[in-house]
Design a protein around this ligand. Structure first.
Ligand SMILES: *Cc1c(COP(=O)(O)O)cnc(C)c1O
Length: 469
């Protein structure tokens, strides 16, 4: 399996190189050259597989040739050992043919653990084989930082530095980053905004000498390995609910379009998906695109579902690549125009193809609170704000009551206790394994919004590269 860049001007790479590269050198995102196929027979045989086996079978053709299948099986099994639910990804029935897929039983209580726990181990495996190390740097406004830290902690070949805006993440989110006892983990509070943090990370990558000296790498949501790992839970849910004999619909709360693109990939591979519904909050560039055929940037407005407060969804470029019939040069020009003008209009024919693949729904904060309240009153289930957008989207976009509809629950309610308390009067408690989070000692350094200071800090704390013997 080779991967090609959506901008058409970077070399095709194998999985292990795509894993370590993240973004392609031409600024594009890597996508598989062809889609692996899951036959009806494959799906039937998965009916007896547990979650880790399902992930291994789904990922094997993506990893193809770069990691032995036994090694893949071992690291995937290890990745899900720390999940708090025996099923890893349990399905709960909410109503007639209506389901909730709980993706928050991992160490940091959000769906990002499902992919990142695997990706951290993939990095370690590939780096150990090559005798290399990497320094992962990232900026976070909340969930991604803690999931990346948990994925990389104590991994021999990785040092990880996560920048977050001081005072601008929730207490739970901050403590999930600052209370990790691992020598290779560095949480850095920056005196600035999330954009300042992100700009500094970009500047470190653009400082070629610094980047090469420390072998900088990233585990952000454009990394193909994350998508590949996420395909598995769509297959898992569909098989549990009757695939290949039945088609299934999914409703996916969406920010960077990574999660729902994994569903789209599963459909390409042959999973019988009836419809894919995209849920957005007031930052609704994707729903507006489906309504108008034009992608136009607005300003990011804070909402009760902060992990979806995004205007430019980085993974959307992978769908555009398909709509542009895989013409990387044409997409590259369109993306340059989009950067300049903030607008990307596509032809009516391409817009229709997008609408054949996806439906969309937007929910404001009042609707989010009302959904949390009504689902709690009618089922006893307490949703976090992101999951509430998934459930409301499932309700709004359902077109055939005979087709099972699965809404994705992307975070544990205790991660967003203020919104949940406003909606229900109940302050959700952290699960047992995190119940002492608020009393654990914190380890954090506060640095100014100053690139030179941050680079010096990273340089001083990065484990030296082993010189080849
Ligand atoms: C990251 C995140 C999202 C958005 O997912 P994308 O893959 O960026 O679309 C939604 N909900 C929660 C809780 C998240 O952490």
């Amino acid at each position: 399996m080779r991967y090609v860049s959506t901008r058409g001007a970077a070399p095709a790479l194998a999985f292990d190189d795509v894993l370590l590269a993240g973004l392609a050198r031409d600024g594009g995102l890597y996508v598989p050259e062809t889609w692996p196929v899951l036959t009806a027979g494959d799906l039937r045989s998965l009916a007896r597989a547990d979650y880790a086996e399902t992930v291994t079978r789904v990922m094997a053709p993506f990893v193809d040739g770069t990691i032995a299948e036994d090694d893949l099986a071992e690291l995937v099994t290890d990745a899900y050992r720390g999940f708090a639910h025996a099923a890893v990804v349990p399905l709960k029935q909410l109503g007639a043919n209506q389901w909730l897929m709980e993706l928050f039983h991992g160490p940091t209580l959000a769906f990002k653990d499902l992919a990142l726990q695997v990706v951290g181990r993939l990095f370690d495996h590939v780096l150990a084989r090559r005798g290399q190390r990497v320094t992962i740097v990232g900026a976070t406004s909340g969930d991604t930082g803690s999931a990346a830290i948990e994925a990389c902690r104590d991994r021999a070949a990785i040092d990880i530095f996560i920048l977050y805006p001081e005072g601008r993440v929730s207490e739970v989110q901050r403590r999930q980053m600052t209370t990790v006892e691992a020598g290779n983990v560095h949480a850095i509070a920056i005196k600035g905004t999330f954009d300042d943090c992100q700009d500094m990370v970009k500047a470190m990558f653009n400082d070629t000498a610094f980047r090469d000296r420390h072998n900088l790498s990233a585990v952000n949501s454009i990394n193909w390995a994350r998508i590949a790992a996420q395909v598995a839970y769509y297959v898992w849910a569909a098989v549990a609910l009757g695939a290949p004999a039945r088609s299934i619909s999914f409703a996916v709360p969406t920010g960077n379009f990574g999660n729902v693109f994994a569903a789209h990939a599963a459909r390409h591979m042959g999973l019988p998906i009836h419809s894919l519904a995209i849920g957005t909050n007031r930052n609704d560039i994707l729903t507006r695109f489906l309504e108008t055929g034009s992608l136009s940037i607005g300003t990011v407005e804070p909402s009760l579902s902060p992990s979806m407060d995004i205007q430019v969804s980085s993974n959307f470029e992978r769908l555009l690549f398909e709509l542009f019939d895989r013409d990387g040069a044409a997409l590259s020009r369109a993306m340059a125009d989009f950067r300049r003008d903030g607008v990307l209009a596509i032809s009516p024919e391409r817009w229709q193809r997008a609408r054949d693949g996806f439906v969309g729904h937007r929910l404001d904060d009042a609707g989010t609170l009302a959904t949390i309240r009504s689902v709690w009153q009618s089922t006893g289930e307490i949703l976090d704000p992101h999951s509430a957008i998934g459930v409301a989207t499932a309700d709004a976009c359902r077109d055939d009551p005979a087709v099972p509809m699965v809404a994705l629950a992307c975070a544990h309610p205790a991660k967003f206790p203020d919104a949940v308390e406003r909606a229900t009067g109940i302050r959700p408690a952290l699960p047992g394994r995190l119940s002492d989070l608020l009393s654990r000692p914190e380890r954090v350094v506060v640095l100014p919004n100053d690139l030179a200071v941050v680079e010096d800090f990273v340089a001083a704390r990065t484990t030296r590269q082993e010189l080849p013997a």
